[in-house]
Ligand binder design. Structure first.
Ligand SMILES: Cc1cc2nc3c(=O)[nH]c(=O)nc-3n(C[C@H](O)[C@H](O)[C@H](O)COP(=O)(O)OP(=O)(O)OC[C@H]3O[C@@H](n4cnc5c(N)ncnc54)[C@H](O)[C@@H]3O)c2cc1C
Length: 673
């Protein structure tokens, strides 16, 4: 039973997945303040740990070793994850402004956006070391070149720790195939003192790196330049004015704003600014967590007292490193091992985390899937409605209208993306029959919260439905809303029927069945909900869920479509059976694997959807599949694309057309002789 004490009373938003934010977020999520929703906003689904980037460049670490998988981290700790780019801040309305999506409201905000890229225009041959995620993506091209032993000439600009580490790492990886030069204007590791500079210079020379003591002027021909010098501040709109200096007080709050914290490189510490270093960002995290807690619960804020000096570990390739503090410098292979140990311990805090959400299932229990995989099984529906239960997806309403209804619980914590997906999914029922959606009625349940937070969630959810509806020519006509335990949406859609409606049931005669889009959503969502989807797979899944649905009206103009259905919770097998009215006579599978999302076969073996067994029973009439060892034919789909029946002679041209329309995975998956 819900009570007022279940209501969310505070929105704490962490803007940017910088080191300070990530550590403080982890601390708060492991011991959550009551009635508080923690949100992380990041444009990327992974955050790289800069201290390990040189080891990655040298080939010692894989990308996943040095990156925090943000959706998985958030799924495990019950943190709301919003993927998007922050463009500004409206401190009066208490919201951060986002690119291509509605603003995100906050009660407390922690800004940790790091540095911006240098103003020098980037290209394949000029790469900035910051922002780190940008650097990681751009440098792939160079790494590939080096790994293929293609001669590479590299200029690294900047004699600080980042420049030295990058130069040493790339030289180590490239060996004789990489000619590396390091430009410095006023000394190597100047900030660490003379001894450190001597050690680093000797190591650079031993490695065969050209040290050029001169101001870098312009790009040299045939060279890849890496800019690792200076700090370029973030420019964001604050109350409609571009700002790049964020002066903070000792309690890490932005001057003049009790509800905004600023941490990491973008903070301008008063009275004197701190060097831009991950160490200060990391050290400020416990103070940030404590002060956010104090702001929520009442209590004394703690001051951040940055150390005058701290131990600096600078890697010199992956076999040597130097340690420096109070002017004392030591350089030895053991220091690299020590740094490796320190870095590994840091990453373990993000890789090895227990599941803290309500989803925490007992070892012998399975988490129930949501989305369309949360529907009641076909077997139960047959039991109640009769064994020939196979309704049309959209029901006729008089002569000119059709109606359908669909609903789902959320499997993503961002209500905006979830509402977009649910709307596309619901529109599929109407679109697949060739009808045109016109009106949408919504029933929306939001997690219990105070009025202000409900308004924020309602606005983001409704905006998403509105945008999706508009794309397909429909609009919201009304609805109903309520407070509940979970986010849940139902959409009733009324449309204008097609003069030539496409039925769901296949007429007699030979047919080929085309699956327009890849499957595997059910298993991948099951893996995501337990924090086991890697960041690349997560991005791929999001792209899939938010892609345009097949335009069946366009297809119908050139091809005879005998029948079609949208692919939803009962999976490929269940929906095929419905199309064939539970007659498997003369049915055969095509001798190919079902088109599926990358990695879905392996994931489906480990993380089957909770609807899988019921779908297997529901689709049992069909013969065994020659290639589908992972049972993806029973995997429930959300936004699953369509199954289209056509005469076999039409199938190749129809596939080609689908390919032209962006459905590159479309394949004939089954036949009836
Ligand atoms: C190669 C290299 C090696 C380094 N090694 C070390 C080291 O060993 N030790 C050390 O102390 N320091 C090191 N540094 C410096 C260190 O990286 C930074 O000082 C540190 O990362 C500061 O972190 P931050 O938390 O301010 O921001 P970052 O770690 O840069 O994080 C910023 C975050 O904000 C996000 N973001 C940015 N813009 C937006 C936006 N508009 N909307 C939403 N999100 C946004 C980014 O995606 C990112 O997740 C190194 C730097 C480099 C380049």
């Amino acid at each position: 039973m819900l009570s007022t004490s279940d209501r969310i009373e505070h929105d704490v938003v962490f803007a940017g997945a910088g080191h300070a934010n990530m550590l403080a977020l982890r601390m708060l999520a492991m011991s959550p303040p009551p009635q508080t929703c923690l949100t992380l906003v990041s444009p990327q689904s992974e955050a790289a740990y800069s201290g390990m980037v040189p080891g990655y460049l040298a080939g010692r670490y894989a990308r996943k070793d040095i990156c925090i998988n943000l959706p998985a981290f958030c799924a495990k700790l019950g943190i709301r994850f919003v993927q998007g780019h922050i463009t500004g801040l409206d401190s009066k309305a208490k919201q951060i402004l986002m690119e291509n999506q509605p603003a995100i409201g906050y009660d407390i905000l922690s800004l940790n956006l790091g540095a911006a890229g240098a103003s020098t225009p980037e290209g394949n041959n000029l790469i900035c070391a910051k922002p780190v995620h940008n650097f990681m993506n751009k440098i792939e091209y160079l790494i590939e070149k080096i790994d293929n032993h293609i001669e590479s000439k590299i200029d690294v600009v900047g004699g600080g720790a980042a420049g030295v580490e990058i130069a040493m790492a790339l030289k180590e990886r490239g060996g004789v195939h990489a000619e590396v030069s390091l430009f410095h204007r006023s000394g190597i590791l100047k900030e660490l003192g003379q001894r450190a500079a001597k050690h680093a210079e000797a190591a650079l020379r031993r490695a065969g790196i050209n040290i050029i003591s001169a101001q870098w002027q312009a790009q040299r021909p045939d060279r890849i330049t890496i800019m690792a010098a200076g700090y370029h501040p973030q420019n964001i709109l604050v109350d409609q004015e571009l700002q790049n200096k964020f002066p903070i007080r000792s309690d890490l709050k932005l001057q003049g704003h009790d509800d905004i914290f600023v941490v990491g490189d973008m903070a301008y510490f008063k009275p004197s600014p701190l060097p831009k270093s991950g160490v200060y960002a990391v050290r400020s995290a416990p103070i940030l967590a404590a002060n956010i807690r104090a702001s929520l619960l009442g209590g004394q804020s703690k001051p951040f007292r940055p150390q005058k000096d701290f131990l600096r570990l600078v890697s010199l390739g992956t076999k040597n490193a130097l340690a420096s503090k109070y002017g004392v410098t030591v350089s030895a292979p053991i220091i690299w091992k020590w740094k490796h140990h320190v870095d590994q311990s840091f990453m373990r805090r993000f890789h090895d985390i227990p599941i803290m959400t309500n989803n925490k299932a007992q070892p012998d229990h399975q988490i129930l899937c949501t989305g369309c995989a949360g529907k009641i099984s076909g077997g139960v529906l047959q039991h109640v409605f009769g064994s020939d239960f196979a309704p049309e997806d959209a029901m006729k309403l008089g002569k000119r209208s059709v109606a359908s209804i669909d609903g789902m619980r959320s499997f993503l914590s961002d209500e905006y993306v979830m509402a977009s997906i649910a709307t596309r999914h619901a529109l599929g029922d109407i679109l697949v029959s060739g009808a045109k959606p016109e009106h949408i009625l919504i029933s929306l349940a939001l997690p219990a919260a105070n009025d202000q937070i409900l308004a924020r969630r309602l606005k983001r959810s409704l905006t998403a439905v509105q945008i999706e509806a508009k794309k397909y020519g429909a609009s919201i006509s009304g609805g109903h809303s309520l407070e509940a335990q979970d986010w849940l949406i139902s959409l009733a859609i009324i449309g204008r029927s097609s003069p030539q409606p496409i039925p769901k049931q296949i007429p007699d005669g030979p047919v080929s069945i085309i699956q327009t889009d890849p499957v595997g959503v059910g298993a991948m969502m099951a893996a995501h909900m337990q924090g086991h989807l890697d960041a690349v797979q997560y991005d791929e899944l999001m792209r899939h869920l938010l892609r345009p649905l097949p335009d069946i009206n366009k297809l119908q103009k050139s091809f005879s479509i005998l029948a079609a259905t949208d692919l939803t919770g009962f999976g490929v097998a269940g929906h095929l059976l419905e199309m064939f009215q539970y007659q498997a006579k003369d049915f055969s599978w095509a001798n190919i694997a079902l088109p599926h999302l990358p990695g879905a076969e392996d994931i489906a073996r480990i993380f089957p959807s909770s609807l899988l067994q019921a779908n297997q029973a529901y689709g049992a009439l069909l013969p065994a599949h020659p290639k589908d060892q992972s049972l993806l034919r029973f995997d429930p789909q959300t936004c699953g694309g369509f199954l289209i029946a056509t005469r076999p002679k039409n199938a190749p041209a129809l596939l080609a057309k689908l390919g032209n329309m962006g459905h590159h995975h479309a394949k004939v998956i089954a036949h009836r002789a």
